[in-house]
Design a protein around this ligand. Sequence first.
Ligand SMILES: C[S@@+](CC[C@H](N)C(=O)[O-])C[C@H]1O[C@@H](n2cnc3c(N)ncnc32)[C@H](O)[C@@H]1O
Length: 298
Amino acid sequence: MHNLLQYHLIFTKERTDDPRALVRWASDLLRRAAGLKGHVDLLFFPSALVTWADHIISLDERAPRHQEQMDDLGAGGAALDGALADLRWANRWLGGWASVRQALRPLVKASRAARAALRLVDLGTGGADLPARLVRWADGQGVPLKVVALDANPHAVAFARAWLDRRLPPYLRARIEVREGDALDLAFEEGAFDVALAALFLHHFDAAGAARLLGEMDRVATRGLVVSDLHRHPAAYLGVKALAKARPGTSAMFAHDAPLSVRRGYRRAELRALATRADLNGAAVRWRWAFRWVLSTV
Ligand SMILES: C[S@@+](CC[C@H](N)C(=O)[O-])C[C@H]1O[C@@H](n2cnc3c(N)ncnc32)[C@H](O)[C@@H]1O
């Protein structure tokens, strides 16, 4: 169902940044699905709500000066562990993993056909749950995928290593190397990987930093880059705020950082401008459930 809605949104000319237009399309879709004619606005109430939300939370501008707790690269202990576990949950249920898998599918298919291995670097890897899913999925497709999972926070690196040791069988664990390092200044040679990935990471940087990150990703990857990040949208902001309150056991760091991440997210036109600024060739930006943009040159 969400795929249907997604394609409808894509074909209705990229106007998903306008919440009122979004609600009108959803309303129109529902009306057609229900076979209703006339002037019944089935979504009058949500429409009014979103308009009101849009009015009181202006997300027209990014919130670059606000700091997430995860921006403190010295953060650690139970507070960070809880947030990394919550991110793992969000990747599973809120489309993070699905968006990355979808973007990498053509590359994995091509590698299977060529019986070739694939090398990937995951920048700002956090708890490394995406690398774990990636090596398992690629292995199921008959592709030996090797991943370098990089994070600048030593506590996140330790968390990721310990979690991967528990999570993966030894032959898959051996395919992921977790390293500490700065994604803006990669200690890898040009073309060291086939593909570079950044998930929920680009929004941590202002435009200059984000363009630099894209440039670094482009430099080290021969076959393209994939960025999956949040869409700065009032519905996403309110949704994740409500979810953090309603979901039992949500960590304080996630409850603080997740809505702020939405406020710091880039919109489609902004991502395109960043791709141009970083001199990327053939960059496409696609909307993915739930409130993600995927920028890809794969
Ligand atoms: C929101 S988490 C994203 C985790 C993971 N990619 C995901 O999708 O769940 C952002 C991560 O980026 C890391 N980070 C922040 N600045 C960094 C930098 N300059 N270089 C590498 N990692 C960085 C943080 O330590 C944190 O673990």
